[in-house]
Design a protein around this ligand. Sequence first.
Ligand code: GAP
Length: 515
Amino acid sequence: MAQQEEVFKKLVSHCKEYGFVFPSSEIYDGLGAVYDYGQMGVELKNNIKKYWWDSMVLLNENVVGIDSAIFMHPTIWKASGHVDAFNDPLIDNKDSKKRYRADVLIEDLMAKIDDKIEKEVEKAAKKFGESFDADLFRQTNPRVQENVAKRTEIHTRFAKALNDGNLEELRQIIIDYDVVCPISGTKNWTEVRQFNLMFATEMGSTADGAMKVYLRPETAQGIFVNFLNVQKTGRMKIPFGIAQIGKAFRNEIVARQFIFRMREFEQMEMQFFVRPGEELQWFEFWKDRRLKWHKAIGLGDKKYRYHDHDKLAHYANAATDIEFEMPFGFKEVEGIHSRTDFDLGSHEKFSGKKIQYFDPELNKSYVPYVVETSIGVDRMFLSVLAASYDEERLEGGDTRVVLKLPAPLAPVKLAVMPLVKKDGLPEKARQIIDDLKFDFNCQYDEKDSIGKRYRRQDAIGTPFCVTVDHQTLEDNCVTIRHRDSMQQERVAISALRGIISEQVSMKNFFKKITE
Ligand code: GAP
């Protein structure tokens, strides 16, 4: 774990050093849990958003997109339940005066026990070699059994406390299992209290009587309140989906782990409207589809797992998370929720407008049910970077830091480098860029040795480097160097577009999603 934390720290500084992510307002000492994306970061982020958007609206003819405003009528947040129930259970340590989310303290406790179990199994696997039977060991080893029982007990109490909204019991679990404050090391805890996560501001001048409005905590409500607009103007037939990418804001109290939990972040959400009674089958469809979307980019299938929810929101009849193995453990990147007719039904009630769909096949009107897929852009960004960051030991003892980004997501697709800054080589390199720059994001680099230039491109994850040398002027051939294998080959300039397109096209991902 310590080693993982070390790698994570290096990743955070790498993000800053190479223009991926900067702390917000840095010259004023930063602003907690708010970050800016730099020149490389914005390209990677845009590529992630394009991958998601196209996979929704190009791959599915019954999914269309919208872009709704961040400000919305305040009653929307009453109808959605956010005013009354969008809370985190908070607890303070009286000695350190630090504030924590009680549910996160308990989740961390369970994760520590899981770690202990896995370490025990790994140790035994090393000791017993090939004959080791991990399942049998888990079932029979007394220390593993003891930890499994402890974890099950905590989990049962935790799930019940969350379901019952029992804040005292959450505190009791923290006390019973000796959870201490990481800063003070003491168990001197306050009561657990609920804290609403929405940011509020005012619209209009006070003379007019300003209206309290919220910065949206999710993009989904912008989709629900536009359901009829899109259905009618797009002549959409159920089942159909509405997709949206946009900013969301939450006053996270325990904001940590870099861009994993931010106060201003971005979501990619799709609400899929279906006939009542068909929602669970669509839930399974989207659960499967979304995992395929993640796996298609090739970060490693073992890095993903589903986490089905123990505690269902009162309006949901199924919910699961797709978790990714971050450097700090498996964490939620996306949620897939079967939200029944709660949202549309509630907006019908609060707005007094009929929000229904006339189903010509059934010859009746109903409030559609909804299956939602909701993924955080920033968490996706973090998972891609974390899995791609590598410190590779080279022959001769050198280390190269390389981002092995999936080529279609890489910020820069190719760097073109004249071997020397004279003899017409820079001009030839520029010609190549002029020919390719409308197809791919290209970079021109003539500074320092070729070796140093390769390292710079490795550090930002550029899949191809193209070197122009004196021979190029005679035979119109260049050396292309592949980032991951570091293999170099001599190819005709006229072949570059084809070689690069094949690797960087998102079609490679889309085929895997639908196969
Ligand atoms: N409309 C449903 C919804 O908002 P959620 O589970 O609260 O569900 C969906 O959020 C996704 O948004 C999460 O899986 C996560 O990727 C992202 N997300 C939520 N809060 C976040 C935060 N504070 N910082 C970064 N990403 C966040």
